[in-house]
Design a protein around this ligand. Structure first.
Ligand code: IPD
Ligand code: CA
Ligand code: CA
Length: 269
């Protein structure tokens, strides 16, 4: 393969994500083989993360030998520059996986000139493959995905992630949580940011906000949101999310209200 066509990139992303999921599978049944290591406070890596990342990287390298790979576990130091770069979270939801809580995924995205052009979030627990390429829509199998058109936060279901690794952020987070909880019908914290973004793209969540994320957590999900007609920004309302790790996503009205609240409470950094 040489010419960059988003369709080819998406094809690779899907095959790579499936290879990652296949590598995770044996560990589901033999949790004692996981070998859990602690990277930092509440941040774990297991033999399953590593096996998945190797499987994903193998597919990418054989399809696109000149491309770079930014993978959470094996190549997290790779910078996002102008060259085509694959951004991989081989297991998003490691803590869930360790505990046998069935909510995790493999996330694979291709970034060209700083923009995500193809991305897949694969949920092996439900056999759901969320896929998008820039300009081609977001899809779950044969179903095109659309964010909801909720006119505001009232009656919505909102996803989030807690700042459990940066507890100094907890107070400001709880400030926005309190405000959002008074408006939304419910707030969920399933534990896989990539799947949370896929849930917004699929209209299962009306919106989502979280900070402290890595590019690998969100790269594929950001494209799913945009191709599903939604808005995704960082906490300042800009497009710096891959670098700054803050995200707010949703349909236009929900995004606007979330941004307003989050900016009030969580921009005190
Ligand atoms: C984590 C999950 C979680 C989010 C964390 C991420 P990991 O990814 O996406 O939902 O709250 O910030 O680091 O460590 O399971 O790949
Ligand atoms: Ca992750
Ligand atoms: Ca991970």
């Amino acid at each position: 393969m040489s010419r960059l066509d988003n369709r080819d990139l998406l094809h690779t992303a899907e095959r790579a994500a499936r290879a990652g999921a296949a590598a995770l599978s044996p560990f589901r049944l033999q949790r004692e083989a996981l070998r859990v290591d602690i990277k930092q406070t509440n941040d774990f890596v297991t033999a399953a993360d590593l096996a998945s990342e190797r499987a994903v990287a193998q597919i990418i390298a054989s399809d696109w030998p000149t491309h770079r790979i930014l993978g959470e576990e094996l190549s997290s130091g790779v910078a996002l520059g102008s060259e085509p770069t694959w951004v991989v979270d081989p297991l998003d939801g490691t803590t869930n996986f360790i505990h046998g809580f069935p909510n995790y995924c493999v996330s694979v995205a291709c970034v060209v000139d700083g923009e995500v052009v193809a991305g897949v979030v694969l949920d092996p627990t439900r056999d759901e493959c969320f896929a998008a390429r820039r300009g081609g829509g977001a899809w779950l199998g044969g179903t095109q995905l659309h964010v909801t058109d909720a006119p505001g936060l009232d009656h919505t279901l909102i996803g989030t992630g807690f700042p459990f690794r940066y507890l100094d952020r907890l107070e400001s987070y709880l400030g926005s949580f309190r405000q959002i909880a008074q408006r939304a019908a419910g707030i969920r914290r399933p534990g896989s940011a990539a799947l949370d973004l896929a849930s917004v793209a699929a209209g299962r969540f009306d919106g989502f906000w979280e900070e402290g994320l890595g590019a690998w957590d969100i790269a594929a999900g950001t494209l799913l949101i945009e191709e599903a007609g939604g808005l995704i920004t960082d906490f300042r309302g800009g497009r710096g999310f891959l670098q700054d790790g803050t995200v707010i996503a949703g349909g236009a009205a929900v995004h606007r209200e979330l941004l307003e609240i989050v900016a009030r409470y969580q921009l005190d950094r």
